[in-house]
Design a protein around this ligand. Structure first.
Ligand SMILES: Cc1cc2nc3c(=O)[nH]c(=O)nc-3n(C[C@H](O)[C@H](O)[C@H](O)COP(=O)(O)OP(=O)(O)OC[C@H]3O[C@@H](n4cnc5c(N)ncnc54)[C@H](O)[C@@H]3O)c2cc1C
Length: 394
């Protein structure tokens, strides 16, 4: 079974005024969303969606470990609220960040970032605003104060609370940045799901400065993607790849949405008939509501594909248990698997989990490999160099 499906010579391409170009980041493929559902059970504090998108006819291909780039749309209600508060004729055409023109409304929905504020952005806004509070903050040049102000606020907060005088639509969009695509670790094997790509998306929602807010792309998928074909492209991830050696064991640590690429790895290893052992360590708050892909992993265990499966449900007992605790409890086995040539993968949150798992791995090498702190550091470094320690943390 090839691990990459090559683009056929007659793959459909899109014609643009610059000629015929294949789909990619600069020419994203409008991908129909085939299915989407919440993986968390009722009562969960989390919302994690499984989405299946079609790549049929795109000529796009991917391998497990790759990510999908998605161009989201901003919420229409928020764009309308901005338009209602702007002091000029908003029924105008404006330039789009990538060239061409669209109505101001359309441009704010699909082209510009109306969400993230930065100190630089505050400066250009302040230059057009009469607000003395904003002026003294910008003139202080205190980045911490400006960053604190930006945290939890969006363009709508400036439009309503710190009005600025823009001459017209073109002047308004000139201070905005381009709406950036978001990356998602692909949670399917293309060989198991020809023509499809699956994603596992945690929906970002929070309340700040008197408003209920949501992450642009995650809530785009959960709340407003009906009937829309988002532009997508494949982001090949050379630094996170399933081992080619089908006899080699692999250890995968993926709590929360970090599970995504490992669902793909296991699907791929099953199709390859790989004989190497597969060990998955997954975690989330509660077993009852947050055991993502439980049925599929159960089946993979029964089929003998998932040879070892450890779970860390952090809130199911008085003390919090995370994936790094499961690693340390099973440190002797992790060390033996590494000695047997295992590749160690970790995916998910970079802020806490990625660091905690890395520290646990070092401690395991010290304790069970009988190494000093320096020797453990060198050994982990060499695992990385040999691509036997791969991280996809974000
Ligand atoms: C290689 C890679 C792979 C990834 N894979 C996945 C994946 O498989 N699944 C997945 O779900 N995500 C994944 N991500 C993250 C994903 O790309 C997005 O960053 C995520 O979905 C949030 O995007 P968004 O557009 O919904 O939120 P955004 O609109 O980008 O908003 C997020 C921002 O909101 C702000 N914010 C969040 N909470 C609060 C709060 N409480 N108070 C104030 N401000 C707050 C923060 O500034 C935060 O940066 C991956 C990222 C990378 C780089």
């Amino acid at each position: 079974m090839p691990d990459r499906i090559h683009v056929p010579d007659d793959a459909p391409l899109e014609s643009t005024e610059k000629g015929v170009v294949p789909y990619g980041k600069k020419n994203p493929f409008p991908s129909p969303i085939l299915r989407g559902y919440n993986l968390n059970g009722p009562g969960s504090e989390k919302e994690t969606y499984h989405f299946e998108l079609s790549l049929e006819g795109s000529g796009l291909d991917y391998v497990v470990g790759d990510a999908l780039g998605v161009f989201p749309h901003n919420p229409e209600e928020q764009v309308d609220e901005i338009l209602d508060s702007l002091p000029f004729n908003v029924n105008v055409e404006v330039p789009l960040p990538n060239g061409g023109e669209a109505s101001l409304r359309e441009a704010l929905i699909t082209g510009y970032d109306i969400r993230s504020l930065t100190p630089k952005f505050l400066k250009s806004w302040q230059a057009r605003s009469e607000s003395s509070g904003l002026r003294s903050m910008v003139e202080s040049e205190d980045r911490k104060v400006m960053n604190d102000f930006c945290w939890g606020r969006e363009v709508i907060d400036l439009v309503t609370d710190y009005p600025a005088s823009f001459t017209d639509g073109e002047d308004f969009v000139s201070v905005l940045k381009k709406l950036q695509p978001r990356l998602y670790s692909i949670s399917s094997s293309l060989n198991a799901h020809p023509g499809e790509v699956h994603l596992t998306i945690a929906i970002v929602r929070y309340h700040s400065h008197g408003r209920q807010r949501g992450g642009v792309c995650s809530t785009f998928f959960s709340d407003r993607a009906d009937g829309i074909q988002p532009g997508v492209f494949v982001h090949h991830n050379k630094a996170f790849q399933l081992v080619e050696d089908n006899d080699a064991p692999i250890i995968m640590v993926g709590p929360g949405t970090g599970i995504a690429p490992f669902r793909a790895f296991l699907e791929e290893r099953k199709l390859r008939g790989a004989k190497g052992n597969n060990w998955l360590i997954f975690g989330n708050p509660h077993r009852k509501t947050d055991f993502l892909y439980e049925e599929q992993f159960d089946s993979l265990q029964k089929e003998g594909i998932l040879n070892r499966f450890d779970l860390a449900f952090s809130r199911d007992q008085a003390e919090k248990i995370y994936v790094q605790h499961r690693m340390e409890e099973n440190g002797q086995d992790i060390w033996s698997w590494l000695e047997d040539g295992a590749t160690f993968y970790v995916c998910g949150d970079a802020t806490h989990m990625g660091k905690d798992v890395d520290a646990a791995l070092h401690r395991i090498v010290e304790r069970h490999g009988g190494k000093s702190e320096d020797e453990a550091r060198d050994l982990v470094k060499s695992l990385k160099k040999e691509k036997r320690y791969q991280r996809d943390v974000y």
